[in-house]
Design a protein around this ligand. Structure first.
Ligand code: ZN
Length: 464
């Protein structure tokens, strides 16, 4: 017997196929996973597990166990804006870039309580589509986002929207309420990270919204704080031509070169998007090792993202949704599918390469890549003994999955968020057979119906 009776696992999940996403891409067809104290204590064959004692057993036949998806760049304070910018675009010409003209203005009018509502809605949505860990890009009232995250049962990193200057580049000014003095911005960031440093699942990162709206002094100050606090900085980098022009005009450098010169390009920096990278910029990433996040829902409308190349060069890159404004969905499985097609278009088809990156490899980016990008490679990203039990049980018996030739193929190509049935984070079951156990979704729906019209009314008046 593997476990003495006084150390029996809290739970054994058995009968499922296990797509571990470990280094060897191990798949166990008739598998079992033992969970104890929130961690994966053992995995192997269901037959062996049948002889093991356990406090509880869960029959998962007809399902695939997968590590939870990791959304490495999301805006939980923009959840209520889903579809709204596109709707505005149908009635009048949109002002670009939209983040400066619509998204930051939207965040500026939210109250603390509205951010809490938005975050609860976002986290319920994430659980339903199989995301178990998130990195918030930086929003208003981050403690409210943190409070919602704690209640949801998810793992993740919150951050404060951090802006200390209004650059003329990129159109409209950022609303004054979103701009802080540089010293205040630094202090609030450090305080946030300190306040959240002891929570087992939810912690805070530092943030810099974008080089356009952050002064060199603030960027340097935040970087120094990241080293001192041993934490990361969430930023957006190389996501628009206007940003390249801004850095060239102001600093005579490309954005990544500018940050490297400041000494800020380091493993402490997490660079969302990273689309418009020159070959030299990718060299800088490989040398200085910032992490990156590819957001396939909207990155291909900007340029030719180098996901496959960056992944193969060992850069810590994950996938992200960029929140529901990007493409409406928070489904990381669909982000992965779009990333595969996008990479084929920009890095395969031009040279008649049949597969620029396989679906199975993109699934590894979404799980292990995300874990590495978030600095959690030892904790999450694969189903392995000793790691946290952040995992999904997904439908494998539906007409959209059958017949199942290979569970890894099914996981990488057939399963999407709506096929996720049961979700565990840290060994706690937070969704069971598609019922979210940590939140009252009906109450959330009712609250949304009551409060949304007033919020959107204020938004329409602000961006008219
Ligand atoms: Zn973003």
């Amino acid at each position: 017997m593997l476990f003495p009776s006084d150390a029996a696992p809290d739970l054994i999940i058995h009968g499922c196929a296990i797509v571990t996403m470990d280094d060897a891409a191990t798949v166990i067809r008739d598998g079992a996973i033992a969970i104890r104290d929130g961690r994966i204590a053992w995995l192997g064959n269901a037959e062996t597990a049948a002889r093991m004692p356990a406090k509880r057993k869960l029959d998962a036949r007809g399902q695939i166990a997968l590590p939870g998806m990791i959304d490495a760049h999301v805006h939980t304070a923009q959840q209520l804006l889903r579809g709204r910018v596109a709707a505005i675009g149908r009635t009048r010409a949109l002002r670009h870039p939209t983040w400066k003209n619509y998204l930051v203005p939207f965040e500026s009018l939210l109250t603390a309580d509205e951010v809490y509502l938005s975050a609860r809605f976002a986290f319920a949505n994430m659980i339903e589509v199989g995301t178990t860990c998130f990195a918030e890009a930086g929003g208003p009232f981050p403690d409210e986002i943190g409070r919602a995250a704690v209640e949801s049962g998810l793992r993740g990193f919150i951050a404060l929207s951090t802006i200390d200057q209004n650059a003329a580049a990129g159109g409209a000014s950022v609303p004054a309420g979103m701009v802080m003095r540089s010293d205040e911005a630094l202090e609030r960031n450090v305080d946030l990270v300190t306040r959240w440093r002891d929570h087992p699942r939810v912690k805070a990162w530092l943030a810099l919204r974008q080089i356009l709206v952050c002064s060199p002094e603030l960027i340097s100050g935040i970087s120094e704080a990241a080293h001192n606090l041993n934490t990361k900085i969430h930023t957006h980098l190389c996501e628009g031509v206007y940003e390249i022009d801004y850095a060239a005009e102001k600093f005579g450098r490309r954005p990544a070169e500018y940050l490297a010169d400041l000494g800020v390009l380091s493993p402490h920096l997490h660079c969302a998007h990273s689309i418009l990278l020159s070959p030299g910029d990718v060299d800088l990433y490989a040398r200085h090792r910032p992490s990156a996040c590819h957001c396939a829902f909207n990155n291909y409308q900007v340029g030719f993202p180098r996901l496959a190349e960056m992944w193969r060069r060992g850069i810590d890159i994950g996938l992200g949704t960029d929140g529901p404004v990007a493409w409406s969905s928070l489904d990381m499985f669909q982000v992965a599918h779009q990333a595969r097609i996008g990479q084929q278009a920009v890095a395969g088809a031009p040279w008649a390469v049949r597969s620029a990156i396989s679906s199975e490899e993109v699934l590894a980016v979404a799980t292990r890549g995300g874990a590495r990008a978030l600095g959690l490679a030892d904790t999450i990203g694969s189903i392995e003994q000793g790691k946290a039990a952040d995992l999904l049980l997904c439908e494998a018996n539906g007409l959209d999955q059958l017949p199942m030739a290979d569970p890894l193929f099914t996981a990488a190509c057939s399963i999407i968020g709506r096929d996720v049935r049961t979700v565990f984070v840290n060994g706690e079951m937070i969704m069971k057979d598609r019922e979210i156990l940590t939140m009252d979704v009906e109450a959330l729906r009712a609250e949304l119906t009551t409060r949304l019209p007033g919020i959107l009314d204020r938004f329409e008046r602000l961006v008219a």
